[in-house]
Design a protein around this ligand. Structure first.
Ligand code: URP
Length: 363
């Protein structure tokens, strides 16, 4: 290290880490470079912590500040991300699989409410296992539901009005008005319980094993931004995060917070994951909540994507690593060294954001 606090380079420290213990200031600098300005921990209620401990998920809460303005009042908003695994084996009756997940979402949503979350987002296609790459039509497409009146949406509407919370619920949508066409859709439910609208995934992965094109159509909803009581929000579903113009279009349409509900595995995307949401936040001056599921989901029948690899029953480990990114490039850490709770991988991340009527990367 130099005489100041700066590191020679991240690479030099990583090389040293293999040989000797790192000093606290080196770790601090590493965190600063990799995570940006440190997000301050946000205190949450005893009740929320107790619930997380009893129900065996982690609860993490951080606060991002903004410079005080003289002419505009601060605008504090709390956003929440739910990162969960499936509950029942993929061989169980479909309705039981979905019911198990919805019960889990209810518990985690209640914890988010106890943390004062205003806008909550679940992971991509949150009502079932991530079956998209199996190419089996049934039973999986039976999980598709109406974005306006589907059973999961109804449950979310009840929670949204009970908790005064905007809920973003990503589902497999069946558009009954248009020949039962399927879409990968996020439904935005206002804090009054009304369905504000929906936005459909507009880029479908067809990358080696990760081929989802058998199930749903490319979205045609453009880059919608939803005006909620807590800010203007948009949803860029999973694979859309690799497309900078996608992010840009949500920004141009006025988004202040963009969620990226995802389902992705290590071999495919882990090196990109930590930078993509941060780059989007920096480049477009908005906040991003990136969510990935956790666990390895095993299916009864082997499947292959025609990529020359042997058939298999799962397609890898969903590595979680959900986080919130700020316009100045800072982000919430994935795992705290001294986390209060035993590690369960399922996490509710809550981030409190304070800003004036607007913010900039230099705030
Ligand atoms: N669900 C989905 O779009 N997955 C794509 C995986 C990735 O791009 O990381």
């Amino acid at each position: 290290m130099s005489s100041g606090e700066e590191l020679e380079s991240v690479e030099a420290v990583l090389e040293k880490a293999g040989k000797e213990p790192l000093q606290e200031r080196e770790l601090r600098e590493l965190r600063r470079i990799l995570y940006g300005k440190e997000a301050a921990p946000l205190s949450v209620s005893e009740e929320a912590l107790r619930m997380a401990s009893e129900k065996k998920f982690e609860l993490k809460a951080f606060s991002f500040g903004a410079a005080k303005e003289q002419t505009r009042a601060p605008r504090p908003v709390r956003i929440g991300l739910v990162q969960n695994r499936i509950v029942r084996p993929t061989t169980d009756p479909l309705l039981e699989q979905r019911a198990g997940i919805v019960e889990r979402l209810k518990e985690m949503t209640h914890a988010a409410y106890l943390c004062g979350v205003n806008v909550l987002c679940y992971q991509e296609a949150c009502t079932g296992p991530f079956f998209f790459c199996t190419r089996e039509k049934l039973p999986w497409t039976e999980l598709a539901e109406s974005a306006e009146t589907g059973p999961t949406i109804k449950t979310c509407q009840e929670m949204a009005s009970r908790y005064n919370m905007v809920i973003v619920c990503p589902i497999l949508e069946r558009d009954e008005l248009h020949s039962d066409t399927l879409h990968n859709t996020a439904v935005i439910i206002s804090n009054t319980g009304k369905v504000l609208g929906k936005t459909r995934k507009n880029h479908i992965p067809r990358v080696g094993d990760f081929n989802e094109s058998t199930y749903y159509m490319e979205g045609e909803t453009g880059h919608r931004v939803f005006h909620t009581q807590f800010g203007r929000i948009a949803v860029n579903i999973c694979y859309g995060r690799h497309h900078p113009l996608n992010w840009c279009a949500y920004g141009l349409n006025g988004a202040e917070i963009v969620f990226n509900p995802s389902a992705t595995v290590g071999a495919l995307s882990e090196p990109m994951w930590p930078v993509e949401a941060r780059c989007a936040a920096i480049a477009n001056t908005y906040f991003v909540g990136a969510i990935n599921r956790v666990g390895t989901e095993t299916f009864e029948n082997e499947f292959t994507s025609g990529d020359g690899k042997p058939a298999h029953k799962d397609f890898g480990h969903f590595y979680g690593s959900s986080y919130v990114a700020m316009p100045d490039g800072s982000r919430t850490p994935v795992r705290l060294a001294n986390t209060l709770l035993e590690s369960h991988e399922e996490v509710v991340t809550s981030a409190g954001i304070v800003s004036g009527g607007g913010w900039s990367a230099s705030d």
